[in-house]
Design a protein around this ligand. Structure first.
Ligand code: GLY
Length: 566
């Protein structure tokens, strides 16, 4: 599929097209934010690996080539749909350390000390990625484990050429974190000093060593020398993650959350992610409101309804959602058609309802969340599909590199509600379901989604973006499923966001023509035109021809859709 330069300039002014953003193949496709990592996944498919093998290989490669979010020191969610229609999920979200407490981020003055969750040794949850990938591969992979990890070992050890965007990103990271954490400067600083520039080769030898050990045995991360080293460095720097935490960490397989939308089956991630539930509840409400009468996903009258739906769904998220191993989350009710109909019935098609009115008894203003997560999609030659979103939370997580093992620790503890009982207008939630407890997983918004029709794969999508994630994912689903767009058009479709509180919508420039803004303001919405939203690398599948159409998101510069080379 060829891209039209004029269209690109209008839709995605932030993008310089550098490599193949679209690929179609009957042998499978891998789409991610890093061209090098997509190529690694496609090479695994070419070797006879299945979608799970390719997803694990791509995930490890992203830990090297996209270290702001790709990781072995963080966590995430993998949704898998097999060609025979079965589906499952792997939850490898980080957990609170055993020595964590509900009030560990409060200062002596009783206020949240944000410096503790933003960066440093107290910010990380217990990482889940390595056990998550190992579980997925052990149960469902086809190639030997070492074969799927080795490409990442090679990339880290031998190095790779930096793109312009990547060099700038690493320079920023080194400037922010290098002076505070010497191990970060050692790992990511340019040897001899100065800034990295496009074309420089970066080698991450310690990361290569850790990945090499993981290629031999993933347990080296949790019970071997990597665990020993992390434990030692945590103790020396005032952190609380111990060898006991690492040994006790478990990735778990969970049944997906499921729904239907316009005759399609929707499969996504259940709690501890809110994402899948939010996506299904939203689709149910939009279906109840009737989509047929609108000209497109960004028809102003539909945009009004999408914002009204979002407010109600995000209110329910704040009210009810947390780690299902600790709190009872009413997922069945939240994803039922009857509840969607009831909620949709309260929407005024001509007028915005205030978020405060919708949230009686729940005065909360959600905290802004980082968009430094990353999503990738994989389909193989047999029609198996993987939708994977994983994260360090903030860009480059806590900023801390574990010396000798070369990986970056997450700062995911910030996704918990940090001050029990206090829900205030400056942006903190104190509702009980997502308070900190030892061994508990923090609530996430990640929404890896797979959609099928008549028992056949149709769409694989997801995105980074903190609380904007479900809305970005929904935009791709609406484009592809409700309005029949191809993969490229559905990914390019301009996006919008509302998260109940603050009571303001954010629209990408392409949604926000003057006429749309005027119509929304007439209805009482507070709207702002924002920057790019999300990074939704997606695949549309045509079951009749068994062809996967991958579309990399043009909102980031290094993304690529790769098909296996013959
Ligand atoms: N840290 C972003 C998320 O889990 O939603």
């Amino acid at each position: 599929m060829r891209l039209r330069p004029f269209l690109l300039a209008v839709i995605a002014p932030w993008v310089v097209v550098a490599q193949e953003r679209d690929a179609s193949s009957t042998r499978g496709v891998v789409v991610s934010t890093s061209g090098i990592a997509s190529d690694v996944g496609a090479a695994i498919l070419a070797k006879g690996g299945n979608a799970i093998d390719a997803a694990v290989a791509t995930g490890f490669a992203l830990a090297v080539t996209h270290p702001s979010a790709g990781n072995i020191g963080g966590g995430g969610f993998m949704v898998v749909r097999f060609s025979d229609g079965r589906a499952t999920t792997i939850d490898y979200r980080e957990k609170a350390p055993l020595r964590s407490t509900k009030t560990m981020y409060l200062g002596a003055d009783g206020k949240i000390d944000r410096s503790l969750t933003a960066a440093g040794w107290l910010a990380p949850g217990v990482p889940g990625t390595v056990r998550g990938f190992a579980l997925a591969h052990k149960k469902y992979g086809k190639l030997p484990w070492a074969d799927v990890v080795q490409p990442a070992v090679d990339l880290a050890t031998n190095g790779f050429a930096m793109s312009k965007g990547f060099a700038e990103s690493v320079n920023g990271f080194v400037r922010r974190s290098g002076s505070r954490f010497p191990s970060t400067l050692e790992a990511y600083g340019k040897p001899g000093g100065g800034d990295w520039v496009e074309g420089d080769t970066i080698r991450l030898r310690d990361l290569g060593k850790a990945l090499g050990a993981i290629a031999q045995n993933p347990e080296s991360f949790y019970t071997g020398w990597i665990a020993d080293s992390l434990d030692r460095q945590m103790r020396a720097n005032g952190g609380i993650i111990t060898k006991r935490d690492l040994a006790a960490y478990r990735a778990v397989e969970r049944a997906p959350v499921r729904g239907t939308f316009m005759g399609h089956e929707v499969i996504s991630m259940p709690p501890p992610s809110s994402g899948g539930t939010v996506v299904i509840q939203t689709l149910n409400m939009l279906e109840a409101l009737g989509l047929e009468r609108f000209s497109g996903a960004n028809d102003p009258a539909l945009v009004h309804l999408r914002l009204e739906v979002a407010k109600r769904v995000y209110r329910d998220r704040a009210r009810w959602m947390g780690d299902p191993d600790f709190v009872k989350v009413p997922v069945a009710r939240m994803t039922s058609k009857a509840y969607a109909k009831e909620l949709a019935g309260g929407i005024d098609t001509a007028k915005s309802t205030s978020s405060v009115a919708l949230g009686k008894g729940l005065i909360t203003v959600p905290v802004g969340e980082s968009d430094e997560t990353t999503h990738y999609s994989v389909v193989d030659a047999w029609g198996n599909a993987v939708s994977n979103t994983y994260t360090l939370e903030g860009g480059y997580g806590s900023g801390v590199v574990v010396r000798g093992a070369g990986f970056i620790l997450n700062n995911e503890m910030g996704d918990f509600n940090k001050k029990p009982g206090e829900t205030n207008l400056t942006g903190d939630i104190g509702t009980p379901p997502n308070l900190i407890a030892p061994g508990k997983r923090m609530l996430s918004s990640m929404s890896p989604v797979i959609i099928a029709k008549d028992g056949q794969l149709r769409l694989v999508t997801g995105s980074p973006g903190g609380r904007t994630i479900p809305n970005t994912t929904l935009s791709v689903v609406l484009g592809a499923i409700a309005f029949g767009m191809n993969a490229r058009a559905a990914v390019d479709l301009p996006r919008l966001h509302h998260q109940w509180l603050p009571d303001a919508a954010s629209l990408e420039p392409g949604v926000a023509g003057d006429d749309v803004l005027a119509k929304l303001r007439e209805r009482g919405h507070t709207v702002r035109v924002g920057g790019r939203q999300g990074d939704a690398h997606s695949i549309l599948y045509d079951a009749a021809t068994k062809t996967a159409f991958g579309a990399a998101d043009l909102r980031t510069p290094d993304s690529k859709a790769s098909a296996p080379k013959p």
